[in-house]
Design a protein around this ligand. Sequence first.
Ligand SMILES: Nc1ncnc2c1ncn2[C@@H]1O[C@H](COP(=O)(O)OP(=O)(O)OP(=O)(O)O)[C@@H](O)[C@H]1O
Ligand SMILES: [Mg+2]
Length: 249
Amino acid sequence: MLEIKDLTVEVGGKEILKDLTLHIERGEVHVLFGPNGCGKTTLLMSILGFPAYKIIHGHIIFKGVDITDLPTNERVKMGIGVAFQNPPRIRGVTLGDMVNIAQGRSEAVIDESVIALADKINIPAVFLRRDVNLGFSGGEVKKSEILQLMAQSPDFIMFDEPDSGVDVDNIELIGGIMCELLDRHKLPSKRKRAGLIITHSGFITRYIRADRAHVMLDGYIACSGMPDEITKNIMEEGFEKCVEKCSAR
Ligand SMILES: Nc1ncnc2c1ncn2[C@@H]1O[C@H](COP(=O)(O)OP(=O)(O)OP(=O)(O)O)[C@@H](O)[C@H]1O
Ligand SMILES: [Mg+2]
């Protein structure tokens, strides 16, 4: 589904990603850990193709197509979706408008289907008439991001800290929807989806089974392994020791 080869990316004149290589197969969910500022969000933004993230060298291959130079809208059309860590507030565009846009509908109506979708993630209908993320609480912002993904239903889904600032009940709700979105077991193999989840606590992996976990340090993948083992090592001993254990194997 996604192959990243030797990717080096510069942001604001500084090299952030360094020869990063990552391979995610159809049907797989990967988890990405790493200290603050190591480049996790930069990786997501580079996969999405935002112009501020300048690719110095390397390639991003999606569904067998080299998308390294493709504009963001083309990448989204090919089936890449994201729940942002810090999504923008958009004055003048309502959450209902965003759901309609994500579903590819031109008419800006909040009908029963939109209300029912929002209800699945416990977002009251009144929120659909509010400007996106304007005055939303931290947890509401996270749920609004998931709702937009539910509407878009992309093949490759990236979640940037979907569990941060979310209470236990809502983490369970979000985890359930993430499982449903990735829908790995029901779809035939050619239509299977894939995901990449960035998390600090690893809490969300209680609700969604991941196939592989990675630790990023200073812009490169320093260690990869089984999610349970990596999560345990990080929580008990921190990133550096986890990576040391990985390389000692
Ligand atoms: N536009 C920018 N100009 C300058 N530096 C930037 C810019 N965007 C990101 N950076 C820097 O790039 C580094 C990586 O940032 P990034 O957001 O990818 O980290 P992260 O691993 O997602 O961290 P966190 O866990 O805190 O979310 C940081 O040092 C950040 O300050
Ligand atoms: Mg980040």
